[in-house]
Design a protein around this ligand. Structure first.
Ligand code: AGP
Length: 599
């Protein structure tokens, strides 16, 4: 959701082109309009457009060594050129781009209107621009200073990250919430500000993550980081870009999503690499907790649901919370509570808000995140990096699998298994998945099924027990990418209402494991068949009841059932193939953003 990319070059006059290329790398965050402003001796030149920049091919900009770019995901005001960022100050002394929402925007806008400010857009962003200009006038300053920015920033409520480029080539950025990274080239001749580390690949060789509540300024070739509230200097050091953070290539796959699905066969073991001590510490903390909450939004909420399910089976009082439905749990949370939080981005506003109130109540926060330097990592007592590599498709696949494996590992440790045994079984699962991906017959079957399902209006996914969360996640994947109306249900829920929707040819994906739920799932399948439904069963063993069978391996190790993951992979593939067939954008589904940083 919204992205910032800014550069200050010492010699290269193609800053505009560099920023345009940078914006393409943060496209995955989700946006509906974009803008690039270039600074040269004649002042600022702005180019703004609605729609996708990737469709435009090569673009040319006026020459200039400094440029600021932004991808906007509309919140205040429609998708128009006028509302796109960056916004130019009326006194032409600076341009500004913002990620976030100014929650007290109406009140501030009215104040500015009273003072005679004339708005050019409907955005909350322009309120910040107006306040900065007003403050410059009050302080009789010709140039924007860090002091002015600090005082205006303190007037804003909500989470906002802003980037500013001034007429004299000074650049400032303040982070509250939405991520902000500063990178520099090998010889320090080029400075970059961006919304994520991945986009800096190819431009910067090292980076520093700006933390929430910090301001960074690059003035007179000097980089300074300060606390926004106090203005106190913050010591910092650059870290080298790691190889993992720079893999932003489709590597021959038609989409990042397809590539990331296939990567599940090699990145899951990374979740546990080098983390034995940390996992054991977390297991101990959970053991001593009075209540364990598991938390996440969307896909991450299903991983949370699954972890809570296995924790309860181990006798741990665990409750799963979907981030946007947390109110009723407030009274149950105290200093004896522990919360396990899943988030790919670590920037989900709904999730981080819950974490904040839980922290205020004294709960311990354990998080499993995939983005280095994210807000959630900062908020956590036990932050874990999932280490599955950048996930660039909007739909989460490998990060979700990483969260599931993280939860399974902790639970297995709690039930007494050795860390080394858990590691081995994860490797084994990866191996099995590689073999399954290479099975041409199964893969062909999935492609053909996708073709036969592509014109269906509705599809249901049934799973029970351990596979209930898997059914919810499978349905979400199908909705998000192929736009088919898919719903996940417990196999047990069928008779209590859902069965009314089954008619001749209604496709129902059924997830069946060789466990205590199998008999009930077979009953459900018979009932669907009896009403003409089309049952497609994902299972390790065939059965005459199945209209279609997608064979998957079923790996178990004590309490760990990898069927929870394996049963989802066919849906991940089905949704990709269906979307491709429909001509949809697999990596950037309509209306969705990778990182949902506003509420
Ligand atoms: C995943 O496919 C979805 N796009 C979405 O549900 C996502 O999982 C959710 O918004 C949470 O994001 P997070 O993992 O970055 O917190």
């Amino acid at each position: 959701m919204c992205g910032i990319y800014m550069t200050i070059q010492q010699t290269d006059v193609h800053a505009g082109e560099k920023v345009f290329a940078g914006l393409k790398k943060i496209e995955y965050r989700g946006y509906d309009s974009w803008g690039v402003v270039v600074l040269n001796k004649f002042g600022f030149t702005l180019k703004k457009r609605t729609g996708k920049l990737s469709k435009l091919g090569q673009m040319h900009f006026v020459e200039g060594k400094c440029a600021l770019g932004h991808t906007r995901w509309a919140t205040h005001g429609g998708v128009t050129k006028e509302n796109a960022h960056p916004h130019l100050a009326k006194n032409k002394s600076f341009v500004l781009a913002q990620n976030g929402v100014v929650e007290n925007f109406q009140e501030l806008r009215e104040q500015l209107l009273d003072w005679g400010y004339d708005f050019d857009s409907e955005t909350d962003t322009e309120v910040i621009v107006g306040l900065l200009e007003f403050e410059m006038e009050q302080q009789k300053e010709q140039k924007l200073t860090s002091k002015i920015i600090r005082s205006v920033f303190r007037k804003l409520t909500g989470r906002n990250t802003i980037a500013i480029l001034t007429q004299s080539g000074d650049s400032f950025a303040v982070r509250d919430g939405s991520p902000l990274i500063v990178g520099r080239s090998k010889d320090s001749a080029e400075i970059y500000f961006s919304s994520d580390v991945v986009s800096l690949s190819g431009d910067a060789v090292e980076y520093v993550v700006i933390q929430s509540g910090q301001m960074v300024e690059y003035v007179g070739k000097k980089l300074k980081i300060t606390e926004v509230k106090s203005g106190k200097l913050v010591p910092f050091s650059f870290v080298p870009m790691s190889l993992d953070a720079t893999v932003v290539d489709k590597e021959g796959y038609s989409s990042f999503m397809l590539k990331e699905i296939y990567e599940q066969a090699k990145v899951l073991s990374k979740v546990v690499v080098g983390k034995e001590k940390e996992f054991k510490a977390v297991a101990k903390t959970i053991k001593n907790a009075k209540t364990v909450f598991t938390l996440g939004a969307g896909t991450a909420s299903y991983a949370a649901g699954h972890t809570a399910y296995i924790l309860r089976k181990l006798g741990v009082p665990a409750v799963a919370i979907a981030s946007y439905e947390s109110d009723s749990f407030k009274q149950l949370c105290d200093e004896k509570s522990v919360c396990i939080v899943y988030s790919q981005s670590g920037e989900t506003a709904d999730t981080n808000e819950v974490v904040e109130w839980m922290k205020a109540k004294g709960a311990k926060i354990i998080s499993a995140v995939n983005m280095p330097g994210s807000t959630l990592t900062q908020l956590s007592d036990f932050p874990f990096m999932l280490q599955v590599g950048p996930e660039l498709a909007v739909a989460s696949t490998k990060a979700f699998f990483g969260q599931m494996v993280w939860g399974m590992t902790v639970c297995e440790l709690l039930s007494g298994s050795k860390f080394v045994e858990i590691k081995e079984i994860i490797y084994k699962f990866e191996q099995q998945l590689r073999v399954w991906f290479a099975d041409i017959l199964v893969q062909d079957k999935i492609r053909k099924l996708a073709e036969s399902l592509v014109h269906k209006q509705h599809l249901f996914v049934l799973g029970r027990g351990d596979l209930y969360s898997s059914s919810l996640e499978s349905a979400l994947k199908l909705k998000e990418i192929s736009y088919i109306h898919a719903e996940g249900f417990s196999g047990g829920e069928l008779k209590h209402g859902v069965i009314a929707l089954i008619e001749q040819g209604t496709p129902v994906l059924c997830l069946v494991a060789e466990d205590e739920n199998k008999a009930n799932m077979l009953n459900a399948i018979s009932e669907i068949n009896a009403r003409g439904g089309f049952t497609i069963v994902i299972a390790s063993k065939d059965n005459e009841l199945y209209k279609e069978w997608i064979e998957v391996p079923e790996l178990k190790f004590r309490g760990m059932s990898f069927m929870t993951l394996m049963s989802i992979v066919p849906s991940q593939l089905l949704t990709c193939y269906m979307a491709m067939k429909k001509g949809c954008d697999v990596d950037k589904p309509r209306n969705l953003a990778k990182s949902v940083t506003v509420k």
